[in-house]
Design a protein around this ligand. Structure first.
Ligand SMILES: [Zn+2]
Ligand SMILES: [Zn+2]
Length: 273
């Protein structure tokens, strides 16, 4: 399994000199396993991934959205492979009572907010609205199966937390989730013995004290889950837009004091569990 981080910022893109090292694009992670192309979230980092994937066409990609807040979908209208016929794109999201994933993705491209509508994009697209506890099974094209499981996190309007398993390796993608007074048993269960836990570490504990109920968490809480679930590597993710490179590095340093195998996600980071 190869995991590449294309966007690691939360809430809004943050270009500029102060954030150039960590990167300013919003949530997008690529997971390659066998011949499979998986994408977790379509924030602005998805545009860069799309440019790379142009060299691999015709392609089939599976994009799993944690939820449909802007910082997780805004890259999709700029995902170049979606405009090319012959490509197949499967899109997955947590089912919502009011709107389907397709409606929401199309909504951000509605007139007059965007010049091209979703239905004019060119690639073949399928949409799957997933339920909590559902398991998606995909053939990796090399004789093995990859599974994606999901559970719910704690976030305004809902969020899905995904676990990807392939050939004995695993990663958990837990962004945009706020911790509780007790360690979230669903998060511990889904993270059990995973190689990599990507965790919403938007705030320092001091910042979090001013942001209760905003749906985000801290590196300290990520460490609690990593310990409780026997996680091998903790990746701090979804950095706050107000955090400079130095502030993210400081968060990383503090996390390492608590859990040695911690690191702050940055654009271009590649992990191969
Ligand atoms: Zn977010
Ligand atoms: Zn969100």
């Amino acid at each position: 399994m190869r995991i590449t981080f294309w966007g690691v910022r939360g809430s809004i893109p943050t270009p500029g000199r102060e954030t150039a090292e960590i990167g300013g694009n919003t949530s997008c992670v690529e997971v390659r396993a066998g011949k499979l192309i998986l994408v977790l979230d379509g924030g602005t980092g998805l545009r860069l991934l799309g440019q790379k994937l142009l060299k691999e066409m015709p392609l089939t990609a599976h994009i799993f959205f944690s939820h449909v807040h802007w910082d997780h979908i805004q890259g999709f209208p700029f995902f170049a492979p979606a405009f090319v016929s012959g490509n197949s794109i499967h899109l997955y999201g947590l089912s919502d009572v009011s709107r389907t994933l397709e409606d929401t993705l199309a909504g951000q491209m509605d007139y007059p907010s965007f010049p091209v509508h979703l239905s004019q994009m060119g690639a073949a697209m399928t949409f799957r609205d997933l339920r909590e506890g559902q398991i998606v099974r995909l053939d990796d094209g090399e004789g093995s199966e990859l599974t994606v499981r999901l559970t719910r996190g704690n976030h305004p309007n809902g969020v899905s937390i995904y676990r990807v398993d392939h050939r004995g390796k695993s990663m958990v993608y837990a962004t945009d989730t706020e911790h509780y007074a007790v360690v979230d048993p669903r998060l511990v269960a889904i993270s059990q013995n995973s190689d990599v836990l990507v965790y919403d570490s938007q705030y320092t504990p001091e910042e979090y004290a001013q942001r209760l109920g905003w749906g985000h968490s801290t590196f300290e809480e990520g460490v609690k889950i990593a310990r409780a679930a026997g996680v091998k590597k903790l990746v701090l993710y979804h950095h706050d837009p107000n955090q400079t490179d130095a502030m993210v590095r400081d968060k990383e340093r503090r996390a390492r004091e608590l859990f040695e195998s911690s690191l702050a996600a940055y654009e271009g980071l590649i992990l191969e569990p």
